[in-house]
Write a protein that binds this ligand. Structure first.
Ligand code: AMP
Ligand code: ZN
Length: 147
């Protein structure tokens, strides 16, 4: 797939150098640059150079080119600072899921301590589901993958 751009997209403009960024890595398929909000120091975004809105628009080729580079960049960020003891990798899809820039991207958020400026809350509804309900959900998703 040739790299396509959306003229009104801020990340496409960053990819094309029309808007400056603190780029840390770039190849023919992806660009990685510092997130301007720096939730924690080193907070980085990885974007495919092809404009896709969200995870639902990737084909397997674009996914493999993009996702394959995540560990490389995560490892470089971690190696850059001995105080980094963990990392959250976050990909928001849709405004309901906190996406605000509609060019798909992955946040790499280095973690320094429980009190750094990143939080994530998972609900725990383990007790709310019967075996039958879980099987019904499983069956529906599986059938999508098999169709
Ligand atoms: P999300 O809310 O997952 O869509 O994340 C979008 C991210 O893009 C936010 O964390 C913003 O801080 C970041 N962002 C927006 N504009 C820029 C920019 N010009 N350079 C770097 N990061 C940006
Ligand atoms: Zn774009």
């Amino acid at each position: 797939m040739a790299n396509k751009r959306d003229a009104s997209c801020i990340f496409c403009k960053i990819i094309d150098g029309e808007i400056p960024s603190y780029t840390i890595y770039e190849d023919e398929n992806i660009k990685a640059f510092l997130d301007i909000s720096q939730a924690t120091p080193g907070h980085t975004l990885i974007v495919p150079k092809t404009h896709v809105k969200d995870i639902f628009e990737y084909d397997p080729e674009l996914a493999s080119k993009t996702f394959a580079k995540i560990p490389l960049i995560a490892q470089a960020i971690k190696a850059s600072n001995p105080n980094i003891i963990g990392m959250n990798i976050v990909n928001n899809n849709g405004s309901i899921a906190y996406q605000s820039v509609f060019h798909s991207h992955f946040h790499l958020i280095p973690r320094y301590s429980e009190n750094d400026d990143f939080k994530m809350i998972f609900g725990d509804n383990t007790d709310s589901y019967s075996k039958e309900q879980l099987v019904a959900i499983q069956t529906k998703i599986k059938s999508e993958l098999e169709s």
